[in-house]
Design a binder for this molecule. Structure first.
Ligand code: FAD
Length: 378
């Protein structure tokens, strides 16, 4: 049976970052296999997001989200710079109406605790000079927030990982795992429906970076105490694009809702200058990426609070992504959950659960945490 030192399940941005980091910090003899069930990398949550490099403003101080977002942002800007990946430190305004001032002050206070640099209060006058079409009584400006080409990031991570010896196997779904003799026997189905083949291999270490399917995969690991597998809640976020010329030059965010289920329906700009609004928050029973036309009204109402000039017919249903949440609706905020042997008792296994936003920003820092801080207990 073929043997690998490490198998990483999931070639989303996190699995790719892990593959790249392990490959660059281990000798060539440490063989690494990266598998993904889709035909290509990054087809799920990693290509269905806002592509924003977050500053780390909102996350609970001391949480993994806060730490890994701040560290990940620095690493990401450096990595994009070094590898010629398109990105822009475009800056973002968080805007509040008079009755929302307290929420904005809370966000500022949290950001200070998280060590966010250069966050500035902006007067109504200054805001109207920089963003004349935005209506708000108070605003914060975050110059460190940016946007990036997430596909470019992922294809670079894969190329770098492969160059350093990683074997990448698309169309390879892990269907069962048995923990055995200090390692794992991994069963996969390879190919497309109608032409599926089974392939089995052995590995010493296993990382579950399967995103929305991480819980499902964990439940298929024979020998793992399932009481450690957290519940999964699917939270869809839809986007509507704006027809015509961009009315803003920066990212525009409202204050987040009180229980932080999402950051509020905001305006993002992509690198081509196209504006889209989103994502909203809707808990769903299954993975379903449709963007219901009925959501338009909710979008129009939310956007007009800070952009009164919006015409409803300018919005067009675009795409959606699904957050792998660990908290139920109104269940508060859950942190990223990264488990190793010290949590679940199974040597050689690392599992990542609930890698929702800011997972893209944090991806390189997550990889460092797992690869450089002894989580695999090699
Ligand atoms: C609406 C929305 C907006 C967001 N906006 C931002 C943002 O602006 N900035 C930011 O920093 N973050 C953002 N995020 C979060 C970010 O997109 C995610 O945290 C990140 O993409 C997660 O990457 P991942 O690799 O963990 O998961 P995924 O991208 O889901 O990758 C998991 C991979 O595992 C594979 N897989 C699953 N099961 C198996 C199996 N059994 N066998 C083999 N392969 C398998 C899948 O095919 C998939 O490719 C947003 C998320 C959402 C939903």
């Amino acid at each position: 049976m073929e043997h690998f030192e490490l198998c990483i399940v999931g070639a989303g941005v996190v699995g790719l970052a892990l593959a790249e980091r392990f490959a660059h910090t281990r000798p060539r003899t440490f063989s690494i296999l990266l598998v993904d069930s889709n035909a290509s990398f990054g087809r799920e949550t990693s290509s269905r997001n806002s592509e924003v490099i977050h500053a780390g403003i909102y996350y609970t101080p001391g949480s993994l989200k806060a730490q890994l977002c701040t560290e990940g942002r620095h690493l990401l800007y450096q990595y994009c710079q070094a590898h010629g990946i398109a990105h822009r430190r475009i800056g973002k305004f968080i805007v509040a109406q008079e009755h929302e001032l307290e929420s904005l002050e809370r966000a500022f206070h949290t950001a200070m605790q998280n060590g966010v640099e250069n966050l500035q209060w902006v007067s109504q006058q200054a805001l109207s000079e920089m963003e004349p079409l935005v209506h708000a009584s108070h605003a914060l400006y975050s110059p460190g927030t940016g946007i990036l080409d997430s596909h470019g990031l992922m294809s670079t991570l894969l190329a770098e990982a492969e160059r350093a010896g990683v074997q990448y196997a698309p169309l390879t779904r892990v269907v069962a795992v048995q923990a055995q003799d200090g390692g794992f026997i991994v069963q996969t189905e390879c190919g497309v429906p109608g032409h599926l083949e089974n392939f089995e291999f052995r590995c010493r270490y296993l990382i579950n970076a399967a995103g929305l399917h991480a819980q499902e995969l964990a439940k298929r690991i024979e020998g793992l105490d399932k009481s450690n597998v957290p519940a999964l809640f699917l939270s869809r976020g839809c986007y509507f694009s704006l027809a015509g010329k961009a009315p803003f030059r920066h990212l525009i965010y409202p204050v987040p809702d009180q229980n932080q289920r999402g950051l509020g329906i905001h305006a993002t700009l992509d690198l081509a200058g196209q504006v889209r609004f989103g994502p909203d928050v809707e808990y769903v029973e299954e993975i379903d990426y449709r963007v219901p036309e009925e959501r338009r009204e909710i979008f129009v109402e939310a956007i007009r609070r800070y952009y009164p000039g919006l015409r409803a017919d300018q919005l067009h249903p675009d795409y959606s992504g699904i957050r792998p949440k660990l908290s139920a609706p109104n269940g508060g905020v859950a942190d990223f959950l990264i488990q190793d042997e010290t949590t679940h008792g199974l040597p050689g296994l690392v599992q990542l659960f609930g890698i929702e936003s800011p997972g893209l920003t944090a991806s390189l820092a997550i990889a460092r945490l797992v690869a450089d801080k002894g989580m695999l207990q090699e």
